[in-house]
Design a protein around this ligand. Structure first.
Ligand code: NAG
Ligand code: NAG
Ligand code: NAG
Length: 345
């Protein structure tokens, strides 16, 4: 083939590919969420297509995960705490008004993001926790149910049999690396490096961003937290700026991973502020991960970012067992949810 002919064929191919597979182009509306939780993406997309708002899309998308339990990290029947109970954390944020509704340590109610939205729309508060959040939910018409399943009971009893390993205690007696509790305060060890919990699958969370035709942004999260957590532990997911953030004048972001670490550096807030300052969404995501890396090089985590014109990106921290992060996108080019991946750095 002559060079000229080759170039012509290549150009034609490029045109054909762009016409028929115009994937990865920025268009509005946009739905993007963490992990390959495809049905959640589809639920959010369908909601937008049928006239729902970005808040409706984020709520319906995350709620789909709460029903399907996604990979066990969202909704009932997963991540039992030290006492065997599943509790839920969720938040939703309106990037137009900067209103946030969130719940943490929610007990006995399956639809955590629905309750989070009720906190936003039916109170002047931002975050309700624990049993009182459940009472609020019941008053608002949510049904109280047992969140324990055979599966979560099994995870719990296996853990008990294995001397309660792993757990998240330190500087206590008896030695938490060998024994179950109850624990009492022990000597504070000078060298207090946090143990690396390599079970990356115990940290997944759905985080979702939706942007409509007019650039309105909403974001939200839902999770059952960390398996074997100390009862009462709340991670990044229900904290605005940590688990997710939305601002219709800049963009949205949502994070997943080791929330105990990530919530200290407000990665979602940082990413949105960087996009406000003109950063490309991928670069903003990377910078938010880099910031955490400077303090905790071995943390497990990823973040998704989208700006108000529908450009998006993601980033993750490369650690053993986690070198690529998968996320989902639906926009008017792709329609159906599209699996995307990014190499961690
Ligand atoms: C996604 O939805 C389809 C169709 O409703 C269902 O068959 C499938 O089990 C769902 N996937 C998950 C992971 O729940
Ligand atoms: C849960 O376990 C009980 C008792 O072991 C059993 O009878 C029941 O069928 C199980 N349920 C499911 C959904 O597997
Ligand atoms: C969104 O990001 C893209 C890619 O960097 C950029 O071209 C576009 O101008 C950004 N949109 C806004 C509103 O800043």
């Amino acid at each position: 083939m002559s060079m000229q002919r080759f170039c012509r064929v290549k150009m034609l191919l490029t045109i054909v590919i762009t016409l028929f597979f115009p994937l990865g182009r920025a268009t509005l509306p946009l739905v993007i969420n963490t992990w390959p939780f495809k049905n959640a993406t589809a639920a959010a997309w369908t909601t937008l297509q049928s006239g729902g708002s970005v808040l409706d899309a984020v709520e319906k998308g995350c709620a789909r995960c709460e029903v399907e339990q996604c990979d066990g990290s969202v909704g009932y029947g997963g991540s039992p705490d030290e006492s065997g109970e599943t509790t839920l954390d969720a938040m939703i944020m309106n990037g137009d008004t900067m209103e946030v509704g969130a719940v943490a340590g929610l007990r006995r109610i399956k639809n955590a993001i629905g309750v989070a939205r009720a906190v936003m729309e039916r109170t002047d508060h931002t975050l309700l926790v624990g049993d009182s959040a459940s009472v609020f939910a019941e008053n608002m018409g949510f049904i109280a149910e047992d969140l324990t399943t055979n599966k979560s009971m099994n995870i719990f009893s296996q853990w008990l049999k294995g001397n309660c390993q792993p757990n998240y205690r330190k500087n206590v007696f008896p030695d938490p690396s060998k024994s179950c509790g109850p624990y009492k305060p022990g000597a504070i060890l000078r060298q207090n490096k946090r143990e690396q919990h390599t079970n990356t699958r115990s940290h997944d969370t759905i985080g979702m961003i939706a942007v409509d035709q007019d650039g309105r942004v909403a974001a939200g999260t839902s999770t059952n937290g960390l398996t074997h957590k100390v009862p009462g532990r709340v991670g990044d997911s229900p904290i605005a700026g940590a688990g997710a953030y939305a601002d219709s004048s800049a963009g949205g972001a949502a994070a997943t991973g080791d929330g105990d670490i990530m919530m200290r550096l407000l990665p979602s807030y940082l990413a949105v502020e960087l996009m406000r300052a003109g950063a490309d969404p991928s670069a903003a995501c990377k910078a938010a991960i880099s910031r955490i890396k400077t303090h905790y090089s071995e943390f497990f985590g990823a973040i998704i970012c989208a700006n108000t014109t529908g450009h998006y990106g993601a980033a993750c921290n490369k650690v053993p067992g986690f070198s690529q992060f998968h996320y989902m996108v639906s926009n008017s080019e792709s329609g159906a949810p599209l699996l995307k991946s990014v190499d961690c750095f």
